[in-house]
Design a protein around this ligand. Sequence first.
Ligand SMILES: Nc1ncnc2c1ncn2[C@@H]1O[C@H](COP(=O)(O)OP(=O)(O)OP(=O)(O)O)[C@@H](O)[C@H]1O
Length: 613
Amino acid sequence: MDVFRQLKPYFWPEKKLFFGAILCLAMATALGLVYPNLLRYLIDNVIAKKQFELVPKLALIVVVVVSTKGIFQFLHGLCGGRLGNRVAYHLRNALYNKLQYLSFQYYDQARTGDLMSRLTADLEAIRQFIGFGFAQLLNVVLMLVFGMGMMFSINWKLALLTMITMPFLAFTAVRFEGKIHPAFRMVRQSLSTMTTAVQENITGVRTVKSFAREPHEVTKFSARNEDYKAMNIETSGIWAKYFPIMEILANLSVVTLLGAGGYMVIQSTITLGELVACFSLIWYIIGPMWGLGFHINNFTQTKASGEKILEILHQYMHVKDQQDAIALNNNEVQGHVRFDHVTFAYPEKQPALYDFTLDAQPGSVIGLLGSTGSGKTTVISLLMRAYNVKEGKLELDGKDIRSLQLETYRNQIATVFQETFLFSSTIRNNIAYGRKDVTMEEIIRAATLSKAHSFIMELPEGYDTVVGERGLGLSGGQKQRIAIARALLKDPKILVLDDATSAVDMETEHEIQAGFGEVMKGRTTFIIAHRISSLKHADEIIVLDKGRIVQRGVHQDLLQQEGLYRQTYLIQYADQPPKSAAETQAAAAKETNSETLLDTQLHAAAQERRLAH
Ligand SMILES: Nc1ncnc2c1ncn2[C@@H]1O[C@H](COP(=O)(O)OP(=O)(O)OP(=O)(O)O)[C@@H](O)[C@H]1O
């Protein structure tokens, strides 16, 4: 019941409907009790006493009772339907809301298929139970109480005899509940594992096909399907074992009633009408007992579903606003970012970043270079406050970012991720995603700067072209350019380019960077890149290796030093393994000579920034 107590905030606001549904069902049940009494009256007072003139009156009473019962059943359906759907609506909103604010740490481990099954199948189970199941369960109790009460009032001895098997029935039902609940939980878990497999397969269909791994996927799915089947068979095994026992026990009480009741009628201890009334009432007791299995099953399933939904709703939010969080004013933010001896480890892992220190002045450009897994993206994740910094400090304009309001803080940052995600909507909406009020001119300007405008105009419907799920139908470079336009349009104080130009050719990268030169003015920019060409104009380049800063400085200085930067440079520009500083200088000279006009412009902009600082 704890699950339902915790779900109370979602159904309690609809308590009028909740009680309305219960009351209407109780009324319909109570009216049902009129039949056995009518039967008794018909046999004992009308047929036995030959008062046939009472038949039309009795018939009229039946019509009135049936109609009133029908009205109450209709009202029960109406209230239950509304109640279930409203509760599901509140819960769906709460779940979606929670999912929006759950931290990156949660999503690092969450499985989409599992989340989807909680949002659909589990929510549906709750909708059904709160709307109808709960009232029906209560109704079972009412039927038992009313039915037994009436039987005892007719003849307590006969009632007592008939009830002999009922404790065994109740015992079996409780045992059944104890077995079926864990079994249902396993079924649900197995279903969500299977759903995850399907969802991952659909998302990764290109990878599957390119590796010709269809048979492997089929086998993988079959194993999960097998598991789901086994769980269901096990559950139905429990059902098959207990249900007949309950049925036999229930029918034994009918036999007892007819045997003992018949004897009593012969002995004239009770009238025939009373026996017929009891025979009719026993179904009032057996009916709910038979249905007990179904109701218990429904109840336990809903409990399991409720647990899964509550698990999301109670999920700890690792990153959230402090009580007195400071709201940032867009016009006052400078963009001064400071990492102060930050050491960070992902849960249950070795640190991904050791003693990271950086002072990025407003408007400066910081380049991050390093081999894969060296911690570059981690720096950006911490900057975005995807994870909380526990060792060391991260400040924006001198304020610890943990003291800032998350929404207003993240509003200062626009990130172009390594993997571009586009929503299945128009290109226009995708570019405008980060902003509420935006004009078409602004969208076109951002797209022009990111070199996306010309290819967008070549599409049949231009900016109104609907891109498929995750941008299907566009090339990697095209998607990246749209993502860059989206970031530029946000007009952020801090711009993060996480390998943002990796999917475009060198020429386009140069062009985009020239655009950046313009938009980077006045913004603190972090560039992660594997290509030296993307970083060389940065005010400070930080070279990371296994989470530690191994080199830092400007391009020219780093070229003079032995180390990872020069090695990377030589591999990229001289197309040969690193040899000596003299050779590096020669290669640098060669590169300088071949610098394009755009490079010269960017170089000048960097110099200007340095002088300004
Ligand atoms: N969400 C995460 N959960 C756990 N560990 C992670 C997570 N993200 C990164 N790591 C680990 O942290 C280390 C640094 O990863 P990070 O993504 O910062 O490297 P990177 O330099 O950006 O690499 P790449 O150039 O390949 O993107 C790696 O060992 C990686 O396995």
